[in-house]
Design a protein around this ligand. Structure first.
Ligand code: GDP
Length: 372
């Protein structure tokens, strides 16, 4: 039953992603398989069921929660006669919509081409099969080769462009000198930007976009009398496409080169513990998991739970664990300074600021040991 709960959460998230991309979800299909079908990911019976539903209801797109192999994608598209998206594709699409700077656009374009390249062959093979296999090795092959070459050239070009910007950004980071740098990290939509705004706005001295980097926002913040730099970084997500991790190198460099990580968690979200794991996983991948960290559990104003009855015998689920109980658990098990806040109502802000101040000060002192 826990598996089912997980599944619902995963599909909730996928639906939220679809919604973000501008789609409305009409129906969910699930299937239990010991392992995905190598040709079509789902079983043939399920494929027919979906196909019929799609036809009847004039559905435009079917979205899968996993990354499909190039051939699975093509086979499904051919069998179901509908546009197929997988999770990677959907996330790339959202990133493309959201990319505002030329740097972000370049990163997304690179990731998109990298996703497309291995899928190109199958697309053509599939078309050729439809044509009846005539002239298969003739112009068809040449066309694929031409397309592949164009895309490869484009990838090379984009990589060079990014390398140049990466260098500029590295110089910018170096120029920021010895000021302590803190980076907000966390799952997507946990409230990092909101927190960034409220921390810098509420301070005596805050300057907006002091270092106008291309994508991440860096602000100078002062708490007490202590200035430091705060960076808002791209949100993490479960199964973040590898193409994105790779092409968002410079954005992730902000995290990699930060002195202090401020890990923001949305405690009102049912899967917040999974989110923490996903974030830690990515931090490990980019080798940033050993940095000093502060855990900020956000959105306590939105936390809801179903109170347990004295003689209620239903098993304990996430829903009937109170905020106080969560607090106790996390305070005990977290190896980092931990605080529970609301970025919206600013509850516990003084406590949070004190915590950030203390951690930044520790790093500051280790850097300038002879100053007061
Ligand atoms: P990010 O993706 O981590 O940068 O998250 P955002 O800052 O964009 O916030 C995502 C959503 O959560 C927005 O709709 C915010 O208004 C909302 N949000 C942020 N902090 C809080 C909070 O403390 N309480 C509540 N209820 N909502 C919040």
């Amino acid at each position: 039953n826990q598996d089912e709960e997980k599944l619902t959460e995963y599909l909730d998230e996928l639906e939220f992603l679809a919604f973000t991309a501008g789609a409305t979800v009409e129906k969910r299909f699930t299937q239990k398989l010991t392992q995905p079908d190598s040709k079509t990911f789902i079983g043939s019976g399920k494929a027919i069921e979906i196909k019929e539903y799609v036809k009847e209801n004039e559905i435009g797109t079917v979205i899968f929660d996993d990354e499909l192999s190039p051939s699975q994608l093509k086979n499904l598209e051919r069998d179901m006669e509908v546009k197929i998206l997988d999770r990677t594709n959907l996330i790339l699409d959202i990133f493309a919509q959201r990319a505002q700077t030329s740097y972000a656009r370049t990163q997304v374009e690179l990731a998109q081409y990298q996703y497309l390249l291995p899928r190109l062959t199958r697309m053509w093979t599939h078309l050729e099969r439809q044509k009846g296999g005539i002239g298969m090795r003739g112009p068809g092959e040449t066309e694929i080769e031409t397309d592949r070459r164009i895309i490869r050239d484009r990838i090379t070009l984009l990589k060079e462009k990014l390398k140049t910007i990466d260098k500029q950004m590295a110089t910018q980071r170096n120029n920021r000198g010895k000021v302590v740098r803190a980076a907000l990290v966390g799952y997507t939509n946990v409230g990092k930007s909101t927190l960034m705004n409220s921390i810098s706005k509420s301070e005596v001295f805050a300057e907006n976009k002091l270092f106008a980097t291309l994508d991440t926002t860096v602000r100078k913040v002062v708490i007490g009398n202590l200035p430091f730099l705060l960076t808002d970084t791209v949100g993490f997500i479960r199964k973040l496409p590898t193409q994105l991790v790779e092409s968002f190198k410079s954005t992730l460099d902000e995290v990699r080169e930060a002195d202090l990580l401020i890990h923001v968690v949305d405690i009102s979200h049912e899967s917040f513990e999974d989110h923490i794991e996903s974030v830690n996983h990515i931090l490990m991948e980019i080798n940033a998991h050993q940095k000093p960290m502060i855990m900020i559990f956000n959105k306590i104003d939105d936390f809801s739970y179903e109170k347990k009855d004295e003689d209620d015998l239903t098993p304990s689920t996430r829903k009937n664990i109170s905020l106080e109980e969560w607090k106790k658990t996390w305070m005990a098990k977290s190896k980092y300074p931990t605080v529970f806040i609301s970025a919206l109502t600013k509850e516990n802000f003084p406590e949070m600021k004190k915590m950030i101040y203390d951690e930044v000060m520790k790093i500051h002192i280790s850097r300038f040991p002879y100053n007061d």
